[in-house]
Design a protein around this ligand. Sequence first.
Ligand SMILES: Nc1ncnc2c1ncn2[C@@H]1O[C@H](COP(=O)(O)OP(=O)(O)OP(=O)(O)O)[C@@H](O)[C@H]1O
Ligand SMILES: [Mg+2]
Length: 229
Amino acid sequence: MESILDIKNVSKIYKSGNHSLTVLNDINFSISKGETVAITGPSGSGKTTLLGLCAGLDRASSGSVVLSGVALDSLSEDERAAVRNQYVGFIFQNFQLLPTLTALENVMVPLELRGEKNSKAFALDLLAKVGLADRADHYPVQLSGGEQQRVSLARAFSNKPALLFADEPTGNLDAETSEKIIKLLFDLNKDAGTTLVIVTHDLDLAARTNRIIKIKGGQIIANETPQHA
Ligand SMILES: Nc1ncnc2c1ncn2[C@@H]1O[C@H](COP(=O)(O)OP(=O)(O)OP(=O)(O)O)[C@@H](O)[C@H]1O
Ligand SMILES: [Mg+2]
C-alpha cells in the first residue's frame, strides 16, 4: 500500500531554562492511503503533540515527517501551511474556531483559501450534515462545547482533505451525536478515501479502525490491528 504519512525517529523536547522535557521519544510509524488509525494513551502521553507534528502544525525536535511525499522538516512555516491547506483537515481538541466569525464563516475559511466558487452553499451543506443548519449565523461564544466541536468538524471536512486528523472528536458529545459524527468520519473514509487518524479515549471507536497505535510516556507501546468482533 502507498503510504501517506511516514514518521521516522521523531522526538519532541520542550526546553525552558535549564529544564528540558521529552514529550515524544523516537516515534516511528507509517500510515497507508485510505487507512483508519486510532491513537490512544493516557492524558499527557503526547497524543496531541504527535498529531500536531504529523499534520505539520508544529516541528519535531529531531526525526522526519513525510506527508504525502513531502518532507515537512525542511519547509518554512508558510510552506507547511500550504501543504496543510492542500492535504490536511484538523479537528482540534479545543476546537480553535475564530471568535469573530460566525459558524458559517468559520467553515468557509478553508474553502475561500482554496478559491472555491460555491463556498457558501457548500459550507451550509456541511453545517447541515453535522446538524447545525439553524446555527449558521451564530458566533462561537453563542454555541455549546459540542456545537463548537461540530463546527470544527464541518470546517475540517470542507477542504476534502486526503488526510484528516481528529483530536478526541467525540470528547464533548452525547452518545447519539457522537455516533452521528463517527458515521460522518467513516463515511468520508469510505466515499472519498480520506485517511483518518483519530485520537480517542473511546475504545469502541478505536475498535472500529484498521489499526490502534498506543502511546505512553511519549513512546509507542503497541501498534496493532484491533480484533473485530
Ligand atoms: N508547549 C509546551 N511546552 C511544554 N510542555 C508541553 C507543551 N505542550 C505540551 N506539553 C507537555 O507535553 C505532554 C504531552 O502533552 P499532550 O497535549 O500531547 O498530551 P495528550 O496525550 O494529548 O493528553 P490529553 O489526553 O490530556 O489531551 C504534557 O506533559 C504537556 O504538559
Ligand atoms: Mg490531547
